[in-house]
Write a protein that binds this ligand. Structure first.
Ligand code: GLV
Ligand code: MN
Ligand code: MN
Ligand code: MN
Length: 398
């Protein structure tokens, strides 16, 4: 194992047990809960060991600075610590750990950056606790007003403001203005690099995507005594809608997933009174995405008429097509001799791309699986990612 791969493993092992579920082997690192707070403490400690002061932006995002935090013209790198339920180890933390190691690499190489370098840890990227993905970067950039974020609630009714220990600060244009560019390193989340000789790629774009809540209302009743003809069962409308989403996505070359559902009263022997399903939909083109969601909604309405149920659709979050800075992507691809590819996954980089030149590096994922304990990356590839990030940061800060 190379020296860098061994150093990666040593640092990685420090966080590997935090928030790991022994049963699934996946991670339960919801933002601002105990495991994520431990990761944030670990981050502060690592920054301190490197003599990097840490600032917080009033929204839950942390920044560790190599250089003067006030100087401006800083290069930002980093990612997030939070996970989806039973998520993989790499989605998020890889970008933060790699950034810390890239700082070490640059220092070992005797590089003194002309511009400050900041390592960021963004809060609630997955939206697994409060429902809105990239919450921290949306707040920082003003894409989501602070008043709306403050009242988002988790499954236990705890608001984001309560979890944060106060109302979020919201848009911080003066802080954002101190950054000249952002580079997020991330594990690749499909099979795009799995069968290629490349350990690292550069991102070209993020598909437009969003989350839509379908509420299906019916009549709760007894499972044993209610004649089949008399039922108004929202589960049927829900089930039909899931199948319709799958079919419509396939027809369009898009992606549609219903990965979360809630049922009331959620009893085996009761016809549900209400079913809520969350649709995650993504497509390469914005029109395809809009057409997909409209078609699924139309099908749901049609079916609800048949089932005697009601259906309402609520858009919970929407992220437009992100085309990363082409000049920067080309420059990094040439520097690293790396391929350039799009992704269907959302990232804080997608939010920041609307405000400053932004790029992403992807590290090969041999299983091609993500948002699952089976997510993977080898230590050797992670070391290649650190080396690539160090080169990029060296180039951008000097
Ligand atoms: C976040 O990882 C997303 O793409 O849903
Ligand atoms: Mn993710
Ligand atoms: Mn991620
Ligand atoms: Mn993501």
């Amino acid at each position: 194992m190379s020296d860098l791969a061994a150093r990666f493993r040593k640092l990685w092992d420090e966080i590997a047990p935090i928030g790991r579920d022994a049963g699934s082997g996946g991670y339960l690192r919801y933002s601002l809960t105990e495991p994520e707070l431990r990761l944030r403490d670990w981050f502060r400690d690592q920054a301190e060991q490197r003599g990097m002061p840490v600032t917080e932006d009033g929204n839950g995002n942390l920044f560790a600075w190599w250089g003067d935090p006030e100087a401006g013209d800083a290069v930002l790198t980093g990612s997030h610590f939070d996970s989806v339920p039973h998520g993989g180890a790499y989605d998020g933390p890889l970008g933060i750990v790699s950034a810390l190691l890239a700082v070490d690499e640059l220092r070992d190489a005797g590089v003194t950056p002309v511009r400050p370098l900041a390592v960021g840890a963004f809060v609630e990227e997955e939206g697994a606790r409060f429902g809105v993905p990239c919450l921290g970067s949306r707040l920082l950039t003003g894409a989501l007003p602070a008043e709306r974020a403050a009242v988002l609630r988790d499954a236990d009714g705890v608001s984001f403001a309560e979890a944060l220990g106060g109302a979020p600060a919201g848009a911080r244009p003066e802080l954002l203005g101190r950054f000249r560019s952002f580079v997020e390193l991330h594990v690749e989340q499909g099979r795009a690099l799995a069968d290629t000789p490349d350990a690292v790629a550069v991102a070209s774009a993020i598909w437009p995507h969003g989350r839509w809540r379908f509420d299906f209302a019916g009549e709760g009743n007894h499972a044993g005594t209610t004649r089949m003809a008399d039922r108004r069962d929202p589960m049927l409308t829900y089930a039909f809608t899931v199948l319709a989403a799958n079919k419509e996505a396939r027809l369009r070359g898009a992606h549609a997933t219903v990965g979360r559902v809630s049922v009331e009263p959620n009893a085996t022997n009761a016809i549900p009174s209400r079913v809520t399903g969350w649709l995650d939909a993504r497509a390469a083109e914005p029109d395809t995405l809009t057409g997909l969601v409209e078609a699924v909604h139309d099908k749901a309405i049609e079916r609800a008429r048949r089932d005697g149920t009601g259906v309402t659709l609520t858009e919970e979050s929407a992220t437009p097509l992100v085309a990363f800075d082409g000049g920067l992507a080309d420059r990094l691809a040439a520097l690293l001799d790396a391929p350039v590819l799009p992704t269907g996954a959302g990232h804080d980089a997608g939010v920041l791309a609307g405000h400053l030149p932004t790029a992403m590096l992807f590290v090969r994922n041999p299983t091609g699986v993500s948002h699952s304990p089976a997510e993977s990356a080898t230590d050797v590839d992670c070391a290649a990612g650190v080396a690539a990030l160090a080169r990029v940061l060296g180039e951008l800060t000097c």
